[in-house]
Design a protein around this ligand. Structure first.
Ligand code: AP5
Length: 227
């Protein structure tokens, strides 16, 4: 009922999640997209799938991701241009992890429906020490990409995915040295997007340092207020 009324209030819902690694973007993107009835588009997931399938994109992205570096802008802009042109994006989408650099934001702006004024941009804010704690405890399902945390959000059976029953693992880029590099990439290349979108889109800060349900309620209220 709540989902239907939210959907009815919007013609198109285009959402961007900005925030550092571990801020809870992926966790909330699934919930918000499901609630709104639009697809969740996670570039990290798309790249990990490409690596698993050893596609040309995956072979190029794999070594960079292992080091915590960003994948070249042109590849990401092409990937998102193709994905958002698919029929299921007609009523909108939730972008998790894109754009992540100024050239990517400019690339998005050139796409059909890419006018930033049509987007709600959420800036997830979480203290650094909490990010480190979340990333070191994150466990991930390589089959269906569901995400857990050893203490904050454990699976029902230890190290077994609730969704598909596969064994959980730690993501290679969640090792401490790689996390430090990812945080540097965020500070230098993604954080400037907050300023970029402040004057161009409907920008909303989100306190991500709360229980997951409270973060989700904050997102829903902000989406309603933007309708
Ligand atoms: P990507 O997969 O997008 O990684 P990220 O942005 O670094 O984000 P994370 O997945 O680490 O964190 P999250 O914010 O989604 O947090 P989560 O919900 O999982 O990208 C990976 C790599 O791909 C990049 O490093 C780059 O190489 C490449 N890439 C991707 N997009 C790219 C682009 N556009 N351009 C170039 N390269 C790109 O939560 C984290 C943990 O915390 C979980 O264990 C969760 O259970 C727990 N948790 C969540 N919410 C809460 C809460 N409220 N309280 C307590 N715990 C919580």
């Amino acid at each position: 009922m709540a989902a239907a009324s939210t959907r009815a209030a919007h013609d198109k819902v285009r959402v961007i999640f900005l925030g550092p690694p571990g801020a809870g973007k992926g966790t909330q993107a699934v919930r918000l997209a499901t609630h709104l009835g639009v697809p969740k588009i996670s570039t990290g997931e798309m790249l990990r799938t490409a690596i698993a399938k050893s596609t040309p994109l995956g072979r190029e992205a794999g070594p960079l991701m292992e080091q915590g570096r960003l994948v070249p802008d042109a590849l990401l802009v092409k990937l998102i241009g193709e994905r958002t042109a698919e029929g299921d994006c007609r009523l909108g989408f939730v972008l998790d992890g894109f754009p992540r650099t100024l050239p990517q934001a400019e690339g998005l702006e050139q796409m059909p429906g890419g006018d930033p004024r049509g987007f709600i941009v959420f800036d997830f804010q979480v203290p650094r020490e909490e990010l480190m704690q979340r990333l070191s405890g994150r466990r991930w399902c390589p089959s269906c990409q569901a995400t857990y945390h050893v203490t904050n959000d454990p699976p029902k059976r230890p190290m077994i995915c609730d969704v598909c029953g596969s064994g959980l693992v730690q993501r290679e880029d969640d090792l401490e040295a790689v996390v430090e590099r990812r945080l540097r990439e965020y500070d230098e290349r993604t954080h400037p997007l907050i300023e970029y979108y402040r004057s161009r889109a409907r920008m909303r800060p989100i306190d991500g340092n709360r229980p997951q349900d409270a973060v989700f309620q904050g997102l829903l209220q902000a989406v309603e207020a933007c309708a």
